[in-house]
Design a protein around this ligand. Sequence first.
Ligand SMILES: Cc1cc2nc3c(=O)[nH]c(=O)nc-3n(C[C@H](O)[C@H](O)[C@H](O)COP(=O)(O)OP(=O)(O)OC[C@H]3O[C@@H](n4cnc5c(N)ncnc54)[C@H](O)[C@@H]3O)c2cc1C
Length: 411
Amino acid sequence: MSSSDYPVVIVGAGPAGSAAALTLARKGLRPLLAERFTFPREKVCGDGLTFRSLSILKELNLYDRISSCPSALPVKEARAVTAEKTVFAGPIPTLPDGSVGFISIPRRELDQILARAASEAGAELAENFSVSAVRRNGGTMEVTGNHKGREKTIRTNLVIGADGAQSIVSRQAGLYRLRPRFCEVSIRAYFTDLDEPVRWLELYYDKRVIPGFAWLFPLAGGIANIGIGIRMDHLKNRSLKNLYREFISDYPPLKKRLKKAKMLDHPRGTLIPGYGQSGKIFSDGVLLAGDAASLSDPLVGEGVGEALLSGVAAGETAARAVSAGDFSGSFLRQYQKEIRRRLNPDFRFAPLFQNWPQIHKAAAAMMLRAERDPDFGRIMIGMASGAISKREIARWDFLAPTVMGYWGRKK
Ligand SMILES: Cc1cc2nc3c(=O)[nH]c(=O)nc-3n(C[C@H](O)[C@H](O)[C@H](O)COP(=O)(O)OP(=O)(O)OC[C@H]3O[C@@H](n4cnc5c(N)ncnc54)[C@H](O)[C@@H]3O)c2cc1C
């Protein structure tokens, strides 16, 4: 690997990095995609591809390749479940062309497919390359790391930091942020031998994980991905693992489902950096994408769609920078504008809702209304699956009947 052969180096081959590499490669450039592990590798996730993810995979011409993979499961129905009962069951909205709007696929498979697609298009995938430092030296960037046991420094014009929630690139560029009230900590485990085969999503309502979420996502082969996520500052001094074990063992609908089930591996958890804390995501010679830029959905913790979206946008901006020969922050600023233009309408209000002191009551009111009003239930499922914008929550004509219904019941 010679030292200055790469116009762009992408650090991290998750969905953000592979989407950036694929975009650049399809434009005829040959970026380096450095990944610290060797594929296939695990990534802690709910393994759910929602509306945004699937729409972008369509645009990238990868939808069919992913949906036809044996470990991919199309899921057509979602259920909202409380400790006592299922309050709403309804269809998950399809994509505009009628394709299924939710697919579950283990990240072990998905990420490998995306990285291979980038490499087939012409990106150079360097697995087992753990980046430890990113420095600016005059007009060029130097990326240093350990590649297959040997220290290496690569010179490039532009670095795309797609290295996830603990991003080295964002730290080295002075762009790292951690604001617990805008982040979730989330944990999941795989189970088999459930009491009945589940082919729908189950979204659980429980006070212990609000603000946050709890789910069961079915996977192919009768496996279920069951997890919880909670706003980081609400975890306080508790252990996420203990909270998870307590939840799955005493939450009635799960207790029943898991009576004879086997946990396939121990529960694994990590941070999901939410959009509310996202700040500057560029500097001279650097762009950040995906979790490294804190772009995940603040309400449901979805981040693959945002990683793909920002990866594509970072790849497009990088290609423009290469053709203009300008890698300055003032040129790269257009990337941040594009991300805000695409995500602000959907996410701007979500942190307000997430940080609202009465969030428990709001969530309870929504469950109550979903039970009584199927149209409302469909909107809630649409929002959870990403087909309907979170903006809808902030509309008074949407909120008022929910609040009134809750008060009416309380009287
Ligand atoms: C429990 C849980 C459940 C979730 N469920 C869902 C869900 O169902 N649907 C959804 O859309 N989102 C979900 N998310 C969020 C989603 O997983 C992330 O938002 C998404 O993976 C972000 O993609 P990314 O490409 O930015 O980063 P990542 O997927 O984290 O990829 C980063 C890559 O960079 C590599 N890397 C890191 N450091 C270095 C380094 N120094 N050198 C080289 N390589 C490096 C890593 O190995 C990794 O391959 C969930 C998250 C959690 C924790």
